[in-house]
Write a protein that binds this ligand. Structure first.
Ligand code: SAH
Length: 487
């Protein structure tokens, strides 16, 4: 039998291809003569003419040049910048199909990376929790500030994989008020000749604008990230700027963060409050995830959030995620437990309401300050917190307190690490501590799958997995999972 031809292509070749799948970066995947193409901006089901941008032996990257036949899953994106912006990779894909993609992504990672068999995965995975309205969901926005060719101050977003600012004050994922805030700041900078930071020279004052809004309280925080030397004197004609910003309904806190480093890290560690309080508050309600529409249970907590602290970006979906974590923890009131990577203590404090004792661990000191204040504000006295790396605090605690403290043999451990997942030392200590249950909340299903495999090889069984879409129109997805000790 004749072998299937595997024709090679080279840069700039034009190819007609039918898109059959979606890649990890949201790109369309299609095959021509056994050759795989990853096509930016193509939607699954499309037939497109694509131009090759980078060719390898067996596969190539390409860009959609012409849409020949639109997929039934293709929709009109709300944002005119969606192709250039690095933020939304799949805004042209119908939202219901986005959910199918994310459910499959989690399933595939559990099978391929985690090595779980497909029957097991299909048994434990529940349907993804989608959003009712996948726009205007973000409570946080970070805008870079720069200067355009004509010397005007601009703010907007970075074009995908670059640091070129595409001017735009309107992002359909963010709060509507962001536009008004950005316009006030840009107008002020123009009027008083306040310079924007220039990454190449390291000169100029204003680097980024952080805006946060408590969706349930309406409280707004603005934090300008500025370059130190000039930042000492604050922002020129600061009083005028503060007067304009403070007129905005809900404005609660205006601050500056000093960052003089030549770095991609956005926030500087030093914060100075210019107007109002140093934090905003938000309320999170617990929901009943077993009932249709996920109604509120009546349990709720109020949280303080300062500029440097992590806070989940999608408040509505966060309530669902936390409610699942709480359900998976299955507490009776007698348990002793850990909440690793606890941020401002959100999950910890919900757990504390149903447990004997909770201990949170978090790297960022300001977040732990928030966590302690949050415990006090909500009248919770059975939660305490450590600042440090989970992979250092946990083994040190275990080595020192073994046999003395019940936290060395906890009932439940909750972990919610950043994208890179848990450190091996953290996982190893968790296995030594032998909790009955582990609730693993993750924003990266690949590292989740890797870590779940380690925990299952160490004596646990995967019981429940449920994805929650916190990041509509992007390829990211949050997952809650639950493991049970086998003996
Ligand atoms: N559970 C919290 C925070 C989750 S985000 C919430 O839902 O709000 C992950 C958190 O882990 C961040 O606050 C980050 O600062 C923290 N973090 C990152 N690396 C860490 C480490 N090695 N040890 C402890 N915390 C860490």
């Amino acid at each position: 039998m004749e072998k299937e031809m595997c024709q090679s292509y080279k840069k700039n070749d034009l190819v007609t291809v039918t898109i059959e799948d979606i890649g990890t970066g949201g790109e369309g995947i299609g095959k021509v003569n056994g050759f795989t193409l990853f096509v930016k901006d193509a939607v699954v089901g499309d037939v497109v003419e694509a131009r090759i941008t980078l060719a390898k032996k067996q596969y190539a990257y390409a860009r959609m040049e012409k849409l020949l036949k639109a997929s039934p899953y293709r929709v009109e994106p709300r944002c005119p910048h969606h192709r250039r912006c690095g933020g939304c990779q799949i805004q042209a894909l119908d939202y219901e199909r986005q959910l199918v993609y994310k459910q499959q992504k989690v399933r595939n990672n559990l099978i391929r990376i985690g090595g779980f068999d497909s029957d097991c995965v299909d048994r434990v995975m529940e349907p993804i929790v989608g959003m009712e309205d996948p726009y205007r969901y973000r409570n946080k926005a970070l805008y870079p500030v720069g200067t355009d060719r004509e010397g005007h101050v601009v703010t907007g977003f970075y074009a995908g994989r670059t640091h070129t600012i595409v001017p735009s004050t309107e992002c359909y994922l963010g709060a509507e008020v962001n536009k008004q805030i950005l316009e006030i700041i840009v107008a002020h900078m123009e009027k008083y000749h306040v310079s924007a930071y220039d990454e190449t020279t390291g000169r100029g004052l204003v680097r980024h604008i952080l805006i946060r809004k408590g969706f349930n309280t309406g409280e707004i925080m603005v934090c300008l990230v500025i370059n130190k030397e000039k930042g000492k004197e604050g922002i020129p004609q600061q009083a005028q700027l503060l007067s304009a910003l403070s007129q905005i309904k809900g404005m609660t806190s205006v601050s500056v963060s000093i960052n003089s480093e030549k770095t991609n890290v956005i926030m500087g560690k030093e914060i100075h409050i210019l107007w109002g309080r140093g934090e905003i508050r938000d309320v999170i309600h617990v929901r009943d995830m077993g009932k249709e529409g996920y109604p509120y249970t009546g349990q709720e907590l109020t949280f303080s959030i300062s500029p440097l602290s992590f806070y989940q970006v999608n408040p509505i979906q966060t309530e669902k995620l936390y409610s699942l974590a709480l359900e998976y923890a299955d507490l009776t009131g007698r348990e002793v437990l850990w909440d690793l990577y606890c941020g401002i203590g959100t999950i910890s404090l919900f757990l504390a309401g149903k447990a004997r004792q909770v201990c949170g661990v978090e790297l960022i000191p300001q977040a732990i300050e928030d966590a302690r204040a949050n415990a006090e504000r909500n009248g919770i006295d059975n939660a305490f917190f450590y600042v440090g790396k989970a992979e250092e605090v946990l083994p040190a605690f275990y080595a020192e307190k073994q046999g003395e403290d019940q936290l060395c043999r906890p009932d439940v451990m909750v972990v919610d690490p950043p994208r890179k997942g848990c450190d091996p030392l953290c996982l190893e200590t968790m296995l030594q501590m032998r909790p009955d249950r582990i609730v693993y909340v993750s924003c990266d299903s690949a590292t989740l799958a890797r870590d779940l495999r380690i925990l299952c090889d160490g004596g646990y069984e995967l019981r429940r997995v449920r994805a929650v879409d916190q990041f509509g129109h992007t390829v990211h997805v949050e997952v809650a999972s639950c493991l049970q000790r086998k003996d």
